[in-house]
Design a protein around this ligand. Structure first.
Ligand code: MLT
Ligand code: MN
Ligand code: ZN
Length: 311
């Protein structure tokens, strides 16, 4: 399977339009690579491509990736649809950019589609341009289980020869949802397998905790692309004096520290491991930082936009 990293920044991108921090300033001076907002494209055959999340930067991301260029017919595109890990603005506003695209399918868990019908009503709006298939993923029913947040989806097939499942990893709702249900799986990890090669990718850009079963999920894949939003728990509070800075961090487990994702990933040395969804405060954005050195020495990659992985 081919995996293209279309964007590796958290919401706002890097640099962020309203941020004058030292890292964003260095990025604007061309000293650090800029990054689009988090999105991935995967293909089993190089002709049918599926997006994992649709960032508001998607138009430029598609244009920057020759495999995803439109053609050969005047309205042909290799983009077949989108799998959503969550309903966050940075992962869903790109759907509006794709308006008018014929014959697309959007896969997500029911609460995400519900949010896209109500609090952020893209669904009805987009169907007026071209009707899409909004496909709720069915939970795999486990006998005796009553925990609505725990069930993985039943596997579903993507054109081009891939098999996908969504795995609940968190219950943090998007900020724009006024009174969110707290007991539903707002955040999922996507697992994509290529049955032809046995390669499997896990994409988990929103990890508020290291969820139960996540080690088993990592052990079931050959490559993992994991939430690297913040390097440290203090980082956002230090960068911006915002009353909800600490709260925002709660949606993303930091890389470093006891219980950070780097400790968890260290248990899986046989796996190709990469971080993504970097916030503009993250010292990993600077390859010469101590943070970047620590992550490299742990065998975990900090990829730039445009990186292609063969999984
Ligand atoms: C997140 O990753 O926590 C969200 O995208 C934050 C946001 O609303 O930008
Ligand atoms: Mn985000
Ligand atoms: Zn900044």
């Amino acid at each position: 399977m081919r995996v293209k990293l279309l964007g590796t920044a958290a919401g706002g991108g890097f640099p962020q339009w309203n941020c004058g921090c030292a890292l964003c300033a260095r990025c604007r001076r061309g000293e650090l690579p800029s990054r689009f907002q988090d999105s991935v494209a995967v293909s089993g055959n190089g002709r049918d491509w599926w997006l994992l999340n649709a960032s508001p930067d998607i138009r430029v991301q598609l244009e920057a990736t020759s495999a995803l260029a439109a053609g050969p017919g005047p309205r042909d595109t290799p983009v077949r649809g989108v799998l959503l890990t969550d309903a966050e603005a940075d992962h869903t506003l790109g759907l509006a950019v794709l308006r008018g695209g014929a014959d697309l399918t959007v896969y997500a868990v029911p609460p995400v589609h519900e949010a896209l019908s109500t609090a952020l009503p893209l669904r009805g709006l987009l169907d007026r341009y071209a009707p899409w298939r909004w496909q709720d993923t069915d939970p795999l029913t486990t006998q005796g289980s009553t925990d609505r947040t725990a069930a993985a989806s039943a596997p579903f097939t993507l054109s081009g020869g891939l098999t996908a499942t969504l795995h609940p990893v968190g219950t943090k709702a998007p900020k724009y949802v006024a009174a969110p249900a707290t007991d539903v799986p707002w955040a999922s990890a996507v697992r994509i397998e290529d049955p032809a090669t046995g390669g499997a990718l896990l994409y988990a850009p929103c990890l508020a905790t290291w969820p139960d079963g996540f080690d088993d999920l990592l052990a079931s894949v050959t490559c993992a692309l994991v939430d690297g939003t913040f390097f440290s728990a203090e980082e956002l509070g230090q960068a911006v004096r915002s009353p909800d800075a600490g709260q925002s961090l709660m949606g993303h487990l930091p890389v470093s520290g006891p219980g950070g994702t780097l400790t968890g990933l260290a248990r899986h040395p046989d796996l190709r491991r990469l971080y993504t969804h970097f916030n503009n405060t993250n010292p990993l954005l600077d390859p010469s930082s101590d943070a970047a050195d620590e992550v490299r020495r742990a065998g975990v990659e900090v990829p730039e936009d445009g990186r292609e992985l063969t999984v």
